[in-house]
Design a protein around this ligand. Structure first.
Ligand SMILES: Cc1ncc(COP(=O)(O)O)c(C=O)c1O
Length: 426
């Protein structure tokens, strides 16, 4: 039996996977056009390329408005602000997400309330959300995570019943649809990231989407230094900032958006092939996107690892072994936000929190298991190549599965790196 690369054997794969971001002549031509237009910023808001991009993005996501902004973190802040979030309000969000889902809540002097996720999708749990609602709750912030959409039927129903706003964190969900309606147009507003790793990117950038004219007007004012929106129908001017996107980014995004449908279809086909193969491997299980999600967005292909079926070898060991076989992957991609060192909030840092840190005692068991023991994450470009790329991933996993002695005992820098990462972040 061939030794694992972790134990000094030959890796299954040495060729790199598809590079990301992808670009071609189209982006080059658009960039040159933007350069020669000599109007490079996002003023007058949103300017020409950004307006073209916003119109196409809105259409692709079934949204009445799409407002281009500087990044996904401020997109969440703007969406919350435009939805009327006030200092001291509570916002319910999943514990299993990137820290940037929660930081904008604090920046608006409001209070993030971390709630557990469903074991099936690793997205916010509707029943646990309802149980966490208090008289101070103002908004629910579901995150469409990795390759699954949150249960938007449940969240819009809860919000309507309890008089709350729903703001979708769509950083992973470009092109995803719930019952044929685009992510970002199911709640009061949506917030997308266009950062380098994302399915649609200009290196940095973001979009706020909404179907509500008043929300759009407030958002636009907040993005564009407090100016009146182009419509200015409601007189909702806010003390604003400059959160505008540049024309260079918008030019690249126009090209990227044209490619998104074909890339999404390719990723979905590769994911299906991978899923079929993984389903038959003892100790691995697939996440289960809700059948009401009618179009996929696979930002990360995620699956579940069960150490007991691998003679107790930890998930981090498995991930180190897979990486040594030439398959880029991650385990502790996200920590529970309330434990994350990127979310180092000290008592007294934020007035809305009072003297303590409200989540000091929070524990979300499904999130903790997923983050520290179960989840394996494959970044989307590994699904953009050939079927052979997928078969290499499967071959590497099968090799690990057949070589549990090596998996349990091999001493390799990657094993230490993965454990170190984890220790440093805890
Ligand atoms: C779930 C989630 N929310 C928000 C963000 C923030 O986006 P950005 O990095 O563009 O500020 C990210 C980005 O990584 C994310 O993954």
């Amino acid at each position: 039996m061939p030794r694992l690369a972790l134990a000094g054997g030959t890796p299954v794969r040495t060729r790199p996977f598809t590079r990301w971001p992808d670009h071609d002549e189209r982006e080059r031509a658009l960039l040159l056009e933007a350069l020669e237009a000599r109007s490079w910023g996002g003023y007058p808001f949103p300017n020409t390329f950004a307006d073209r991009f916003a119109t196409a993005f809105a259409e692709a996501h079934d949204a009445r408005h799409a407002l281009p902004v500087a990044n996904g973190t401020v997109a969440i802040e703007i969406a919350l602000k435009a939805a009327g979030l006030r200092p001291g309000d509570e916002v319910i969000l999943p514990a299993y997400t990137f820290e940037a889902s929660a930081a904008p809540v604090l920046r608006l002097e409001a209070v993030p309330v971390f709630v557990d996720v469903l074991p099936s999708t690793w997205c916010l749990d509707p029943a646990a959300t309802e149980a966490a609602i208090t008289t101070r709750t103002r908004a629910i912030l579901p995150v469409h995570l990795a390759m699954c959409m949150a249960d938007m039927d449940a969240f819009t129903a809860i919000a309507e019943k309890r008089g709350l706003a729903v703001i979708e964190d769509c950083a992973h969900a470009h092109g995803a649809k719930w019952k044929k309606v685009g992510a970002g147009s199911l709640g009061q507003a949506g917030a997308f990231s266009l950062q380098t790793s994302k399915l649609l990117t200009a290196g940095e950038g973001g979009v706020v989407t909404t179907n509500d004219d008043e929300t759009a007007e407030r958002a636009e004012s907040y993005i564009n230094c407090g100016r009146a929106s182009r419509a200015d129908r409601f007189g909702h001017r806010l003390v604003g900032f400059n959160h505008r996107l540049t024309e260079f980014q918008a030019a690249v995004l126009l090209g990227q958006l044209e490619k998104l449908p074909a890339q999404s279809a390719r990723r979905a086909a590769r994911a299906e092939r991978l899923g079929r193969a993984l389903d038959g491997i003892d100790g691995l299980a697939l996440v289960e996107p809700d059948p009401r999600q009618t179009s996929p967005a696979i930002y990360q292909y995620v699956f579940r690892y069960d150490a007991t079926a691998f003679e107790g070898a930890s998930r981090d060991r498995f991930v180190a072994a897979l990486e040594a076989e030439g398959i880029p992957c991650d385990g502790l991609f996200y920590e529970p936000v309330y434990r994350s060192s990127l979310f180092a909030v000290r008592p007294g840092d934020f007035r809305a929190l009072g003297d303590g840190v409200p989540w000091a005692e929070t524990r979300c068991p499904v999130t903790e298991r997923a983050a520290y023991e179960e989840s394996v994450w494959l970044h989307h470009p590994v699904l953009l190549g050939s079927e052979k790329d997928v078969d290499d991933i499967v071959e590497a996993i099968a090799k690990i599965r057949d070589n549990l002695d090596d998996l349990r005992t091999a001493d390799h820098p990657l094993v230490h790196l993965k454990s170190l990462n984890r220790a440093a972040r805890r």
